[in-house]
Design a protein around this ligand. Structure first.
Ligand SMILES: [Zn+2]
Length: 207
């Protein structure tokens, strides 16, 4: 049996195979899990199945990306970009929306964000144009930004992304800082405690 085969064998009803294939396209879901999820839906009550379908549709209909910071949001601009109490001259650059949630949990940072939606990865073919780097440059060129705080992952790709951003933005006259490396090397913000994240932001240094 090929564990990488996309779904159920040809003898199953077409609708079950369709659902199984849809599950198997999800990240981290192998064939076995896709089969289990398909059987879960089959056994679920009509209400449970309808709720699952409605929840998927609701995310697609009501959640989008903030046109300013590219975080996930149900309003545009997002709540953070729309908050006049935040320091809009300080922009923290993170890889993913989950990093915003981790830094917000720390409670120390009062600036705004820019979500790259990934990081530069030559091995995985992720290049500058795949990220929201142009939009970040435009924010800086608008003249409203005083400091860029780079909080990409403390690993090779996160460092490479930070260097690229520094090279791109420093000539525009903006201060570019990097959060301190007290976040354990190789680990991500989301797995760091709020106090470690606060310390990393407070201990940021100019690149
Ligand atoms: Zn926003």
């Amino acid at each position: 049996m090929d564990a990488r085969a996309p779904g159920l064998a040809a003898g199953y009803p077409a609708s079950m195979r369709r659902l199984c294939e849809a599950f198997s396209r999800m990240p981290g879901v192998g064939r076995r899990t896709a089969e289990r999820l398909t059987y879960y839906v089959l056994r679920a009550s009509s209400d449970e199945a309808a709720e699952l379908a409605a929840a998927i549709q609701a995310v697609k209909q009501s959640v989008g990306y903030c046109s300013v910071c590219h975080n996930v949001t149900e309003t545009d601009p997002c709540e953070i970009c729309a908050d006049p109490r935040r320091d809009h001259a300080t922009v923290c650059v993170v890889e993913e929306p989950k990093d915003v949630i981790a830094i917000e949990a720390g409670g120390e940072y009062r600036g705004v964000y820019h979500v790259l939606l990934g990081r530069l990865s030559p091995l995985e073919g992720v290049e500058a144009e795949d990220l929201t780097l142009d939009a970040l440059s435009q924010r800086v060129r608008s003249g409203q930004v005083r400091e860029i705080v780079i909080a990409t992952s403390p690993n090779l790709e996160g460092d490479g992304t930070a260097l690229y951003i520094h090279r791109q933005l420093a000539p525009l006259g903006v201060k570019v800082t990097r959060i301190s490396r007290d976040v354990p090397s190789g680990s991500s913000l989301e797995h760091s405690s709020p106090s470690i994240i606060n310390d990393a932001i407070l201990g940021r240094r100019e690149m």
